[in-house]
Design a binder for this molecule. Structure first.
Ligand code: ATP
Length: 365
C-alpha cells in the first residue's frame, strides 16, 4: 500500500480550470473521500491520480515515486467506476480475472486470487454467472472484486454507489468500510454525497470550483467548517444562514436578525469583537434548534411560526418563519406534534452556532 500526494496540481481544459492548485496528502491505508457538487473537479483529480488525464502543472506522487510521466497501467492502482463496465459475455470469474489475464498471470494464480476476492465479497456462488444474471449490488461487488484481485497499492472509487437504490447504498457503504479495514488499503473515493463522505471517510476533502476548501476528519469538518460553503455542504438538512447585525449590548455581543435576537457566548467575543456594528452571516444547524419553554428571556430563545411540519418517524423537520427569515429545525418527535401556524418557542444551542464574514464568507467562529 502507499501514500498519495498532490502538490499544486492544476488541470485546465481549454479555458476551464477543472482543478486549481490542489495540494493533498493522503496517508498510507487512509480512506480519503473527495466530495463536492457536480463539476467541482473531483473526478478530474481522481483521473489524474489514475493516469487517465495528465496534469497541466504540479506533481503527483504515489509513495515516493513521481508518477506524472508514468502510464496508467504502470501506476499500480485499481479504479472502480460508477458504471461497473463488466463484460456482458464473460461470467463473473472471467470478469474478475480479466485484468490478471492480460498481465499474463498463471491460471492457478488467477483462480486463487479470484476465489480469495470472491470470499471476501461473499460472491463465491456467483462466479459462473453472467452480469445480466446479477442484481445491481452483486454487479457492484464484482466490479470491486475486479479491483481487489489486482492487489494494487491504491484503490480509486468514482461514485461507485450512485447507480444503486437508497437501501442498497446504505448496505454497500458499510461493506466498503469493512473492506477497507480488512484490506488495510489506501482508498480514494469520489462522491457528491456528503452522507457517504461523512460515514466512510477517515478524512474528507471538500472541493468547490476546482479548489480544495477544507480537509479534516468528518466530525471536525462538521463542527468547525472554515467557510460558509463547507458549512452549507456538510450536514442534512443544511445549516440555516441568516444575515444579521452584530451589536454590542450590556457588555456582550448579540446577533440581531430583525425577527430574532440572541446573545453570543462569551467564548466567541474576542473573535467577534472586530465585527461589532457590522452585518455578519449567522449560521445554526437544524439539529441545534430545540423546542423551549415559552417566554424564556435567556438570550438563546426565539419565537417562530411553524409553517411546515415533516414527520419522519423517529424525528421531524419543522420549517419555521421568524420575521423575514426561514429556519429549519430538526427535532425528536415530541409527545404532541406542533400544528401548522402554531407559534413556537425555540432555543438555539448557542455554543454550536457559527458566524461568517459576509464579504469573505470565512468562518469567524
Ligand atoms: P461530476 O460529479 O458531475 O462528475 P466532478 O466534480 O467530478 O463532477 P469534473 O468531472 O472533474 O467534476 O469536471 C470539472 C470541470 O471540468 C467541469 O466544469 C467539467 O465540465 C470540466 N471537464 C471535465 N472533463 C472535461 C473534458 N474532458 N473536457 C472539457 N472540460 C472538462
Amino acid at each position: 500500500m502507499a501514500s498519495v500526494t498532490l502538490k499544486n496540481v492544476v488541470k485546465r481544459f481549454g479555458s476551464t480550470t477543472a482543478v486549481n492548485d490542489l495540494s493533498i496528502d493522503i496517508q498510507d491505508k487512509e480512506f480519503a473521500v473527495l466530495v463536492g457538487s457536480s463539476g467541482c473537479g473531483k473526478t478530474t483529480a481522481l483521473r489524474m491520480i489514475a493516469g487517465l488525464e495528465s496534469a497541466t502543472s504540479g506533481d503527483i506522487y504515489i509513495g515516493d515515486t513521481r508518477v506524472n510521466d508514468l502510464e496508467a497501467k504502470d501506476r499500480d492502482i485499481a479504479m472502480v467506476f460508477q458504471n461497473y463496465a463488466l463484460y456482458p459475455h464473460m461470467n463473473v470469474r472471467d470478469n474478475m480475472g480479466f485484468g490478471l489475464r492480460i498481465r499474463e498471470f498463471t491460471k492457478a494464480e488467477i483462480d486463487a486470487r479470484v476465489e480469495e476476492a470472491a470470499d471476501i465479497l461473499g460472491i463465491r456462488d456467483l462466479l459462473e454467472r453472467k452480469p445480466k444474471e446479477l442484481s445491481g449490488g452483486q454487479r457492484q461487488r464484482v466490479a470491486v472484486g475486479r479491483a481487489i484481485v489486482r492487489k494494487p497499492k491504491v484503490f480509486l472509487f468514482d461514485e461507485p454507489l450512485s447507480n444503486l437504490d437508497a437501501k442498497l447504498r446504505v448496505a454497500m457503504r458499510a461493506e466498503i468500510s469493512k473492506l477497507h479495514r480488512r484490506l488495510e488499503a489506501t482508498i480514494i473515493y469520489v462522491t457528491h454525497d456528503q452522507v457517504e463522505a461523512m460515514t466512510m471517510a477517515d478524512r474528507i476533502f471538500i472541493m468547490s470550483q476546482g479548489v480544495l476548501q477544507q480537509s479534516g476528519a468528518p466530525m471536525e469538518v462538521y463542527a468547525r467548517p472554515v467557510n460558509r460553503f463547507v458549512a452549507g455542504f456538510i450536514g442534512s438538512p443544511a445549516m440555516n444562514f441568516v444575515d444579521a447585525a452584530l451589536t454590542a449590548e450590556n457588555g456582550g455581543l448579540c446577533v440581531d436578525a430583525g425577527g430574532f435576537k440572541v446573545r453570543m457566548p462569551q467564548a466567541f467575543e474576542a473573535a467577534l469583537a472586530p465585527y461589532a456594528g457590522k452585518t455578519v452571516v449567522f449560521g445554526v444547524r437544524p439539529e441545534d434548534i430545540a423546542l423551549a419553554e415559552p417566554g424564556a428571556a435567556d438570550g438563546r430563545s426565539i419565537t417562530a411560526r411553524a409553517e411546515v411540519v415533516e414527520t419522519l418517524g423517529s424525528e421531524m423537520f419543522v420549517h419555521l418563519s421568524c420575521g423575514a427569515h426561514n429556519l429549519v429545525a430538526r427535532l425528536e418527535m415530541p409527545d404532541r406534534l406542533p400544528s401548522v401556524g402554531e407559534t413556537l418557542n425555540m432555543a438555539l444551542k448557542m455554543p454550536k452556532t457559527h458566524v461568517f464574514d459576509k464579504e469573505t464568507q470565512r468562518a469567524i467562529v
